[in-house]
Design a protein around this ligand. Structure first.
Ligand code: NAD
Length: 333
């Protein structure tokens, strides 16, 4: 079928075209999907989108009136899609639930290690022929307590990796996998206990009305002094203004972000010739103990191949009207 691919990035185009061969005809559009760009999908049966595209009610209505019947997400998260409206309009939606939890878990740990051992500072110094060690002291991970919020596919892998560093691992989830916890040697506790007793806290829940701003001023104030917070999940889990206050008063010792609540329109793009308009991320970037990556935790060759394969497979299921195990259906409808 004819598929309009929005937010088509250079890093993924070849993987998508390869997976579509003999199955689907892809048109690559660099702009993200918005109420304005929805018109590009005129006469396409399917639209394929990424994490920062807008699939709100208004946009879905435009797509539907343009003849779009299918929406294929190149992501696991679907907080950017109004599933209720999609259901009402008869637009079928599918996602890629698990293209590589390893990729995201490994990037999460990369952020922890780079922050702790001040790798960027060290690298920049060496390039300046400054071989001194002052100011580069880290801490042993061995014996430290790591708190994992959300023990789904990614959270579980991070927990297992950190057990390999001989860390004590505390976990919180609304559903407890007790046999996994026993086998892995991790301990389920309530959210506040995990936040208050951990040296490193890593977030791995989806973004929804229960998890928005799960990290806020009140909770930050109860954390251990000098805590490390890592977020590779969704920006909205953290109240960024509160986290800046925590960084300013030294309560937060390290912050690693792969996602940011206002990342839409900023991340994934080259803005090197623009004036930065976002004062919040500008402030975050001034802290020496903050490391930000631009939503790249998923970015491995394995993940890109899996995303492309599953996305094209989802569209084939829709086209042939066979059951699609990755279809998203609004349960409240
Ligand atoms: P998953 O569905 O396997 O696990 C999510 C876990 O969160 C589940 O165990 C669920 O029970 C738990 N959860 C849900 N609501 C909760 C709540 N209110 N409190 C505590 N726990 C709760 O998902 P996953 O594959 O592990 O992915 C986790 C998140 O990572 C995704 O939602 C997505 O936002 C993010 N992600 C980011 C990237 C990236 O490149 N940065 C890539 C993939 C996924």
């Amino acid at each position: 079928m004819k598929v309009a691919v929005f937010s088509a990035h250079k890093f993924e185009k070849d993987y998508l075209l390869e997976a579509a061969k003999g199955r689907h005809e892809l048109s690559m559009f660099e702009p993200s999907l918005t109420a304005t760009t929805a018109a590009l999908a005129n006469d396409y049966e399917a639209v394929c989108i990424f994490v920062n595209d807008d699939a709100s009610a208004e946009v879905l209505q435009k797509l539907s009136s343009n003849g779009v019947k299918y929406l294929a997400l190149r992501s696991a998260g679907f907080n950017h899609v109004d599933l209720k409206t999609a259901g009402k309009l008869g637009i079928k939606v599918a996602r890629v639930p698990d293209y590589s939890p390893y990729a995201v878990a490994e990037h999460t740990v990369a952020l922890m290690l780079a922050l702790n051992r001040k790798l960027l500072k060290a690298h920049n110094r060496i390039r300046d022929l400054n071989f001194s060690l002052d100011g580069l002291t880290g801490f042993d991970l061995n014996g430290k307590t790591v708190g994992i919020i959300g023990t789904g596919k990614i959270g579980k892998l991070v927990a297992q990796i950190m057990r390999g560093f001989n860390c004590k691992v505390l976990v919180f989830d609304i559903y407890q996998d007790t046999s996994w916890a026993t086998d892995t040697g991790v301990v389920y506790q309530d959210l506040d206990y995990v936040c208050e007793h951990s040296d490193i806290i890593s977030l791995h829940t989806p973004l929804n009305e229960h998890t928005q701003y799960i990290i806020n001023r009140e909770r930050i104030n109860k954390m251990k002094k000098n805590v490390m917070i890592i977020n590779t999940s969704r920006g909205g889990l953290i109240n960024t203004k509160d986290i800046i206050l925590g960084l300013k008063d030294g309560q937060i010792g390290y912050l690693g972000l792969d996602v940011y609540e206002e990342e839409k329109g900023l991340f994934f793009e080259d803005h090197s010739n623009d004036i930065l308009q976002d004062d919040v991320i500008a402030r975050l970037m001034t802290f020496p103990n903050v490391l930000i990556t631009s939503h790249q935790a998923f970015l491995t060759d394995t993940a890109l191949q899996n995303i492309a394969e599953t996305t094209m497979g989802n569209l084939t299921c829709f086209e042939k009207n066979i059951e699609c195990k990755n279809e998203l259906i609004d349960k409240s409808a």
